[in-house]
Each structure stands twice: as structure tokens, then as C-alpha cells.
Design a binder for this molecule. Sequence first.
Ligand code: GDP
Length: 177
Amino acid sequence: INAKSSIKPLDTTIETNAEDNRIFKLVLLGDSGVGKTSLFLRFANDAFNDIFLPTVGVDFWDTAGQERFRSLISSHYRNAKGAFVVFDVTNLKSFENVTRWLQEINENSNNDLKTLLVGNKCDLTLKRVVDHAQAKNLADSLNILYVETSAKNTTNVELAFMSLISEIMPNQSSVKT
Ligand code: GDP
């Protein structure tokens, strides 16, 4: 991460070079405990330095722990270019709440926010209660991509971030999916 980077305890925001017009903001949404922070940290640790930051600055915001402060939420969507809606494949409620998060996006973002559905914790195969087809069907009906990840063992974490970034910047040749 570059010299101006900072991580704040609640917002998990990485601030990159403000003069770089390629900076954009992604938000991570989803119920508490689904793994938003873990996904972000996994991506930041494993991929940021080597692959992505040399070419594109990214400003991340993570809503983790802020569900109670819903009145403040709209300001966090401002200028966001992409959103991950994350659920936990071992937690049915978090999957059911995906529609709530999508509704919140519709209510709070006035720009064309690219959205990606993420089913996290796919390493927990024995505890899985939401199967791939079920989530894929939902994503297809919404015309958004679906990616299953494990922040624990790194499965598809980079793919998820790169897929969303590719949707936002389709002509960015350095973005791999
Ligand atoms: P957040 O509230 O959405 O930010 O969720 P966290 O990132 O804090 O994760 C909640 C809990 O789930 C923590 O105990 C994490 O270690 C665990 N966790 C997150 N991602 C995974 C994953 O992919 N697999 C497994 N097994 N556990 C995970």
C-alpha cells in the first residue's frame, strides 16, 4: 500500500493518493460476521501490493459493525463505484438478508453502482446451508455476478475483487479476472 495509506478501526478505509483520478470507492456490505473484514484484509495483504496498487488506487469502505447506525449509511455510499454484498454460506439468515442489502443500495446510491454477490466461508463445506445454485439463481435474477470465497484459505478472494473492479473499469487492461 502506498505512503498515504491508513486503516481506521471502524471504517477500514484505505486512503490512497487523492490526486490520482483512478481512485474509486468500493463498499463491503452484509450482515455482521459474514467475513467482510476478513475478505478485505485478505485481499489487502495478499494482492494489493503485488498486483493492483501499482496501477490503480482504490478506496475501500467496510460497513462492518455499523449496521446500527443506519441513518449515517447514505453518506458512505456517496461516490461509491462498486459494492460487494456478502453473505455467509453457513448462515441462511445472512443470505435472506441479501435482498435487504440490495434494497439499501437502491435507496442510497444515486449513481450506477456495480454490485457483486459474494458467498463467503465456502471452506466450511459441512456447515454449508446455502448451496451454489441457490445463490447463483438469485444473482442471475438480479443480473449480477456471484463469486464464492473463503477469506480463510484465500479461495477466490482476488477473483471477487478483480471481477468487481473489471465491471467498473472494463477497459483497464491490467485488471485480470
Ligand atoms: P464481518 O463482521 O463481516 O467483518 O466479519 P469478520 O471478517 O469479522 O469475520 C467474522 C468471523 O468469521 C471471524 O471469526 C472470521 O475469522 C470468520 N471468517 C471470516 N471469513 C471466513 C472464511 O472464509 N472461512 C471461515 N471458516 N471463517 C471465516
